[in-house]
Design a protein around this ligand. Structure first.
Ligand code: KG4
Ligand code: ZN
Length: 371
């Protein structure tokens, strides 16, 4: 049964303000992300808060490494994190004008993700924290995504509904408070980003196809290919995208396979995914009585999804909040920010290097001192 969110009543505050941390003292937190095929490092300063609190961040993408295999090769990913992580930490600290001795805490992605890749970040983070005698915390990757929009100006207040759309997850989550999450619905098969990537691949686009398919869709004509909006005609908040991928395959095989057709199919596919996500978001907002939607994860960078959800929010008289596109896809900033929230609330792990390849976000402890 769905619990209703308490209504905030009325519009968003008009003056831009930034997320502020409670509890003292403030901390400079190093964030490390190595859950998949991006090495991300950042420093977040809670004394500043908001977007300016992000003192520096850098992402090294392994796209070129995995491209010839058409997907992420876990062992190659781990090895490349080993190669890139320390140089990236040095570079990020230099950009922030800080040394390791200035750090008050270390946050790293502890899961979900590829176990070998996660262990690289966890090992480095724990060792650094041990050497510096500062606390370290393992952050849930999807909580990192979910909280990323709070770094931007005029951040939303809980309760809100979050749409998490990445390469591995498609989830609707009721956020009752920071750290208090209820799963409202999720994909039964492919994640939205995975559907983008697989659809791109079957039409011959190189890995990772999602952003390329989206770019191609810009040049396609809407309505030439009209794909179904899966699971929208029956009640519920779950998703299914694998059938859509098959529909695209059949349409592509039966077509002239020209560049123009590829673009038209890309547009038809993107419109189907965007509509489906938007319909379920509206349903989740209705079911919970929330007026605020937060969108995060790689597919949150999709221009058409952002436009559609903005138009819907305007029509409903509610709000939709996204991180800037660079903070939608995997990055260290979201891990530094989420870790800072928990570290400043007094939470941290022991010295063990521990990762959780499969991890349910509902089991996380609340962040009592936050907001
Ligand atoms: O959050 P993310 O960087 O990594 C995971 O945690 O999975 O998400 C990556 C996913 C990929 O499937 C990628 O194709 C998709 O996000 N993606 C996009 C766009 N940018 C990234 N999908 C559609 N349109 C985009 N502009
Ligand atoms: Zn991610």
């Amino acid at each position: 049964p769905l619990q209703r969110c308490a209504s905030r009543g009325g519009a968003a505050p008009d003056a831009a303000f930034r997320f502020r941390f409670e509890g003292s003292p403030p901390m400079k937190v190093l964030g490390i992300e190595t859950s998949c095929d991006e090495t991300g490092v950042a420093v977040y300063d809670t004394a500043i808060g908001g977007a300016d609190g992000l003192r520096a961040h850098a992402v090294y993408s392994q796209i070129a490494l995995h491209a010839e295999y058409g997907g992420v090769v876990p062992e190659l990913a781990s090895r490349d994190h080993v190669r890139k992580l320390l140089p990236l930490i040095r570079q990020t600290l230099a950009q922030a004008g800080l040394s390791t001795r200035d750090l008050d805490g270390v946050a790293y992605t502890a899961g979900p993700g590829l176990v070998g890749a996660l262990l690289v970040g966890a090992g480095v983070a724990r060792s650094l924290a041990w050497a510096l005698d500062v606390p370290a915390i393992g952050v849930h990757h999807m909580e990192g995504h979910l909280l990323a929009p709070l770094m931007e100006d005029d951040p939303p207040d809980a309760p809100f509904v979050a749409l998490l759309v990445s390469g591995g997850h498609t989830q609707l989550v009721a956020v009752d408070a920071i750290g208090v999450y209820r799963l409202l619905g999720e994909t039964l098969d492919d994640a939205a980003g995975e559907a983008f990537d697989k659809t791109a691949k079957l039409m011959g686009l190189p890995y990772p196809g999602g952003p390329q398919l989206a770019a191609l869709a810009q040049t396609g004509t809407p309505g030439v290919f009209d794909f179904p909006r899966p699971m929208t005609t029956r009640p519920g908040l779950d998703f299914s995208f694998s059938g859509l991928k098959t529909q695209v395959l059949l349409a592509w095989r039966g077509s002239d396979q020209s560049n123009a057709t590829r673009a038209d199919i890309a547009r038809g596919f993107e419109d189907a995914v965007v509509d489906t996500l938007a319909i379920k978001c509206a349903r989740a907002l209705d079911a919970t009585g929330c007026d605020t939607l937060v969108v995060a994860g790689g597919v949150g960078a999709n221009t058409r999804l952002r436009e559609k959800l903005r138009a819907d929010a305007q029509r409903r008289g509610g709000r939709v909040c996204f991180p800037r596109p660079a903070l939608c896809t995997d990055n260290g900033a979201m891990i530094a920010f989420a870790g800072a929230l928990r570290l400043q609330a007094g939470q941290h792990g022991d010295a063990a290097v521990h990762v959780v390849p499969r991890w349910d976000m509902e089991t996380l402890p609340p962040v009592a001192a936050a907001v």
